[in-house]
Design a protein around this ligand. Structure first.
Ligand SMILES: [Zn+2]
Length: 298
C-alpha cells in the first residue's frame, strides 16, 4: 500500500495494490507520492452496500431534476466516472452540559368593546384580543450524544460530510485488511484537536436546537442564549463508503457524492447561463408571437 497526497485539496489516499490512482477522487487534481505518511489505525469500516451501477443510476436521477445543469456535468453520472472511496471520520461520544436563558411568552385574551354603525344605528360589540405576558427563564440541560461524526478528511469539508449523513454505524465491522482491499482508503488529514473543536461546536449547535424545540415552556420564546461544555470521549476512527464523481465543470472542478450505504446524493450543480438564456429567449419568442397574432387579429 502506498499513500499519495493531492496537490490541491490536501486529501491523502491509501492506494490499493494494482490500482494506482493518478488523480484525486475529491477534486480531480494530480496526486503526488507521500512517503512520510504512515497508515493510521482504523477502528471500524462500513462496507459499500450501494454498487457502482446503482450509484450511477441515482446520480442520473439527481441530474435529471437539474434542467439548467451544464452538459459537462452529466458525465458525472457515467459509471466509469465514479470512484469508490472509504472516507475517514472521527466518531465521538460525549456528555454535553448546557446552561441557558430565554424569555418565554404566555398568551392570554382580553375582551375588548367596540362600536359599529349598522344602518345608521350605533351597536356595541365585543371581541377577544390576544396579549402576551413575558417571563425570564433560566435552566440547565444535560445529554449524552453517541456516534457524532466529524470528517477526518481534508478532501471532504464538514458541510458536505454533514449533508451525506446519516450513516448507520451499527452496520460497521471491526477493521480487517480484507475490508479495504481493492478500495481507495483515505488517510485522516484532519487531526484530533481540530476535529474535537468541530465536534464541540456542532454539539453546542445541536444542544441549542434541542433546547429551542423541546425545553422552553409557554406559547412563544425569544432571546435564547445557550452555553455548552462537552466532555468528549477519545474518538474512534471509522472508514465510511462514499462514491465520488469529480468532473471538470465550466468554471472549474466540481463533484457529486453518493452515500455508499444509503444512496443519498449530495452536490451543488452550477447552472448553465447558455441554457437559461435559451429558455428565456424561447419564452420571449412565444410572448412576442402571441402579441403579434393578437395585433393582426384586431
Ligand atoms: Zn484533491
Amino acid at each position: 500500500m502506498s499513500v499519495r497526497r493531492c496537490s490541491a485539496c490536501g486529501a491523502a489516499v491509501q492506494v490499493p495494490e494494482g490500482r494506482r490512482a493518478m488523480t484525486c477522487a475529491f477534486c480531480d487534481s494530480a496526486l503526488v507520492d507521500d512517503e512520510a505518511q504512515q497508515a493510521a489505525p482504523v477502528d471500524r469500516v462500513v462496507p459499500f452496500t450501494v454498487p457502482r451501477e446503482r450509484a450511477a443510476a441515482l446520480l442520473r436521477g439527481f441530474l435529471a431534476g437539474q434542467w439548467f445543469a451544464p452538459e459537462s456535468v452529466r458525465r458525472a453520472a457515467d459509471p466509469s466516472a465514479l470512484d469508490d472511496v472509504l472516507v475517514p471520520f472521527w466518531v465521538y461520544d460525549a456528555v454535553a452540559r448546557t446552561t441557558f436563558s430565554a424569555r418565554v411568552g404566555i398568551h392570554w385574551y382580553r375582551t375588548e368593546t367596540y362600536t359599529v354603525t349598522v344602518n345608521g344605528k350605533t351597536e356595541t360589540r365585543t371581541r377577544q384580543v390576544q396579549e402576551t405576558e413575558w417571563f425570564p427563564l433560566e435552566g440547565s440541560h444535560v445529554r449524552q450524544w453517541f456516534d457524532h461524526l466529524v470528517s477526518a478528511s481534508r478532501g471532504l469539508p464538514e458541510a458536505e460530510a454533514n449533508a451525506l449523513e446519516p450513516f448507520d454505524l451499527g452496520a460497521s465491522l471491526p477493521y480487517a485488511p480484507a475490508l479495504v482491499s481493492g478500495v481507495a482508503a483515505e488517510q485522516p488529514t484532519i487531526e484530533r484537536d481540530e476535529a474535537a473543536r468541530v465536534a464541540r461546536q456542532e454539539l453546542a449547535d445541536l444542544e441549542h436546537k434541542v433546547i429551542a424545540s423541546t425545553h422552553l415552556p409557554g406559547d412563544r420564546s425569544s432571546d435564547l442564549r445557550t452555553q455548552t461544555a462537552s466532555e468528549l470521549e477519545p474518538p474512534r476512527l471509522v472508514l465510511l463508503p462514499v462514491w465520488i464523481a469529480a468532473v471538470q465543470g465550466p468554471t472549474g472542478p466540481l463533484r457529486l457524492l453518493v452515500n455508499g450505504q444509503t444512496g443519498e446524493v449530495v452536490g451543488r450543480v452550477p447552472r448553465s447561463w447558455w441554457k437559461i438564456g435559451g429558455v428565456a429567449a424561447a419564452v420571449l419568442l412565444v410572448v412576442l408571437s402571441v402579441v403579434l397574432c393578437f395585433g393582426v387579429a384586431r
